[in-house]
Design a protein around this ligand. Structure first.
Ligand code: FEO
Length: 397
């Protein structure tokens, strides 16, 4: 399948309907994904990125068909991860000697992946490649989201090719933002930002400021995953600016794990306390052992505060909560408040482990923690409710 983007630009990627886990098992892709690659046909021809390795042969067949006998003059490799570079060995076999334009860091990542001495042409921000009537201008984008990442701008069609930035793991035959369900689209876009780009938010802001200062007209943003931003492409740039700026909604997320229901009962009593005087606070509650990790991270990203609960086990905490806290520590979210809770049977060190992990992850622990011995009594539930009310008051204050 190929899709016409403009007269001279065609989408030649792959829609992966069955993908449910990405980056190994690290990222859930409930709606599949796409590996977007583009063919520009001018006096010269160029491809921008390729597809993931399992689809390499299919990709080369599509490319040959689209070229229709023309040579392939240039390859642009925006990033070394194999979801975009995986078909390069097959492309190079089919079109030997084609130069690969990429950043200096991408030479390392591509050589590291494929151990090949292809003809790499290193480009920097502002370097240009004329294709005939249209010209590509390269823009390095380090840490959006790898050190090797790069964008480019096609002047005639006024397209920004943004690689992973502005992408979504979202399979759709429709491939354009104005054709898909906007609710689904933005759910996937914010999940992508929360789970992949959050640690690099300061660089996201700087890159957008650099881009804006160029004052270039923009018709489309073509990312390497999900739909193309064709209708009002600036909307996703504005969203990124907002998500990169200590983003939070009026929401609290409670995440817990429980062995024999005690910590779950605490979580529910705390939730009651978060709703004082008939006020309704948007609270999302997850059992970490039974919920999708990336969905939880997305909800934490959207929240102004979190409460994390776990019973004490062997003087520590359970693996699903420990793993989640380790992951959010790497994401370096900013400006969020937190507290810890949990039940115990003997020694009760779990709460302090939670508090330390929350602080290490950059959360401001504003109260507590609270613990209950064995299964919470009616009095314990009232204490948890009061704890929730106090937490809510401190958030307001
Ligand atoms: Fe879509 Fe960083 O690869």
């Amino acid at each position: 399948m190929t899709v016409k983007v403009t007269e001279h630009v065609h989408w030649i990627g792959k829609i992966d309907w069955e993908l449910r886990k990405f980056h190994g098992e690290d990222y859930s892709t409930h709606r599949g994904s796409t590996y977007n690659a583009y063919l520009i046909t001018d006096e010269k021809t160029a491809i921008i990125d390729t597809v993931w390795t399992p689809y390499a042969k299919e990709f080369v067949e599509t490319l040959k068909k689209e070229l229709n006998g023309k040579p392939l003059d240039y390859i642009i490799a925006n990033h070394g991860e194999v979801d975009h570079s995986g078909a390069l060995p097959d492309v190079m076999k089919a079109f030997p000697g084609t130069p690969i334009y990429c950043t200096a860091n991408a030479v390392h990542s591509l050589k590291g992946q494929f151990h090949e001495e292809w003809e790499f042409r290193v480009v920097k921000t502002g370097d240009q490649l004329s294709l005939g009537k249209q010209t590509l201008t390269f823009i390095e984008a380090p840490m959006l989201h790898w050190p090797d990442s790069m964008f480019e701008y096609l002047d005639g069609d006024q397209i920004l090719f943004s690689n992973d930035a502005f992408g979504q793991h979202y399979a759709s035959e429709l491939l354009f933002n104005d054709l898909v369900d906007p609710c689904e689209l933005f759910q996937e876009a914010i999940k992508y930002y929360a789970n992949i780009l959050t640690p690099f938010s300061e660089l996201v802001i700087k890159k957008i400021e650099q881009w804006s200062s160029l004052n270039l007209p923009l018709q489309m943003i073509c990312p390497s995953h999900g739909v193309i931003w064709r209708k009002n492409p600036v909307q996703i740039v504005e969203k990124y600016l907002s998500w990169a700026s200590r983003y939070q909604e009026e929401q609290v997320t409670i995440v817990y794990d429980s062995m024999w229901e005690g910590t779950r009962i605490m979580a529910e009593a705390i939730t009651e306390g978060l709703q004082p005087d008939g006020k309704r606070m948007n609270v999302k509650i997850f059992n970490a052992a039974r919920s999708d990790k990336n969905d939880i991270i997305t909800q934490i990203f959207k929240s102004k505060a979190i409460l994390v609960g776990c019973p004490t086990v062997n003087k520590g905490i359970l693996a699903p909560i420990a793993g989640l806290l380790e992951e959010i520590s790497g994401l370096r979210m900013k400006g969020k408040k937190a507290a810890a809770f949990g039940c115990y049977g003997w020694s009760g060190e779990g709460n302090q482990v939670l508090v330390s992990a929350l602080k290490r992850a950059g959360f401001e622990v504003i109260i507590g923690p609270i613990k209950t011995l064995w299964k919470p009594t009616p009095e314990d539930r009232e204490r948890c409710k009061a704890f929730g009310a106090e937490f809510q008051k401190m958030l307001e204050g």
